[in-house]
Design a protein around this ligand. Structure first.
Ligand SMILES: Nc1ncnc2c1ncn2[C@@H]1O[C@H](COP(=O)(O)OP(=O)(O)O)[C@@H](O)[C@H]1O
Ligand SMILES: O=C(O)C1=C[C@@H](OP(=O)(O)O)[C@@H](O)[C@H](O)C1
Length: 298
């Protein structure tokens, strides 16, 4: 597996018609495009419950972040995203040696951002990204988790989920977005504890809003209640979280979006970008490793 990173910064001119005087001005803007491009793939050979061998290739689309320096809210936002990209890259380089090629397992409720943040972390670390749900779908040859629940059962899904996590635990340099329920089986923690587990702790209201935006059809455990998407998602997420509230804290690291927002004086976690959350996860990993080293040296 080869990984390469390229930064390309270029300046250019821009014309902006929407300044506050209603006039037209041309400014000299600094358009910087930051490419975090990794060319790599890694194949995982799985053995499913019927002992068929399945090979699955990781995919990592290049992450592209670009910004244009203008005196507008948009440029402030783009400036922040450019800064976030640089902080993310620098922090990843600082954490990599202590990670020591161990896998990172993202855990958290449905909609907590495991896939979104996981892809960002994998790209900046030069790791391969795997979504355990997708691997279960490929291992059993059924196109969706919802169909697996329907054609077989949740227990059948959970058995395959454990098989996938067992196989992934034999590998190195992976970021794994686990399914929200992976934490409920102790055997899965045996596999995930061979790497570093990170809990994305997101308020239920934010989860329900995110899931309502994409619909509950792909999440069979949420698709049971009647009512509008937000209401049924919130009701079911609340019940599920109550059942799992002792499980998620087993993770090595907790990234609380509520704590992040409070520290930044924000009153809504939806203002926190996936990149900012990835940076927080790396900061927490740094602390986690430092504490382990301190204990080892004491
Ligand atoms: N920090 C964030 N802010 C706003 N929306 C987010 C954030 N992270 C993820 N999302 C959105 O929430 C939904 C669920 O994200 P996803 O990464 O699929 O979660 P999971 O893999 O934990 O189920 C997606 O539509 C995604 O775009
Ligand atoms: O919380 C759960 O029990 C589940 C979460 C889903 O994954 P996401 O967390 O990616 O939605 C998927 O594994 C399945 O629908 C069960």
């Amino acid at each position: 597996m080869e990984a390469s990173v390229g930064f390309s910064l270029k300046s250019s001119y821009f014309t902006n018609n929407d300044n506050k005087y209603g006039g037209k001005y041309t400014g000299i803007g600094r358009v910087s495009t930051v490419h975090l491009g990794f060319q790599r793939s890694q194949t995982v050979n799985l053995v499913d419950l019927t002992r068929n061998r399945v090979s699955i290739k990781s995919e990592n689309p290049p992450l592209k972040i670009s910004r244009c320096h203008k005196k507008s809210a948009a440029s402030v936002e783009l400036h922040n995203s450019f800064d976030e990209a640089l902080i993310l890259k620098r922090k990843s380089q600082e954490v990599l040696p202590n990670l020591n090629e161990r896998c990172i397992y993202l855990v958290g409720m449905m909609g907590s951002g495991k896939t979104t943040v996981g892809k960002i972390l994998s790209q900046v670390l030069g790791y391969s990204f795997f979504d355990s749900d997708k691997m279960v779908e490929q291992a059993v040859g059924i196109s969706s988790v919802a169909q697996i629940f329907k054609q077989h059962s949740e227990a059948f899904f959970r058995d395959n989920e454990s098989e996938v996590l067992r196989d992934l635990s034999t590998m190195r340099r992976l970021v794994v977005a686990t399914g929200g329920g992976a934490v409920i089986r102790p055997v899965n923690w045996k596999y995930m504890k061979q790497g570093v587990s990170v809990w994305l702790d997101v308020p239920l209201d934010a989860l329900a809003r995110r899931i309502a935006a994409v619909g509950t059809a792909s999440r069979p455990l949420l698709d049971e209640e009647s009512g509008d998407a937000y209401t049924k998602a919130f009701a079911k997420l609340t019940a599920l979280f109550e059942q799992r509230s002792d499980a998620y804290p087993n993770a090595d690291i907790r990234v609380s979006l509520e704590d992040m927002a409070a520290k930044q004086g924000l009153n809504d976690v939806s203002a926190l970008t996936p990149t900012a959350i990835a940076i927080e996860a790396l900061l927490k990993m740094e602390t986690f490793f430092a504490e382990k080293i301190a204990v080892r040296n004491s």
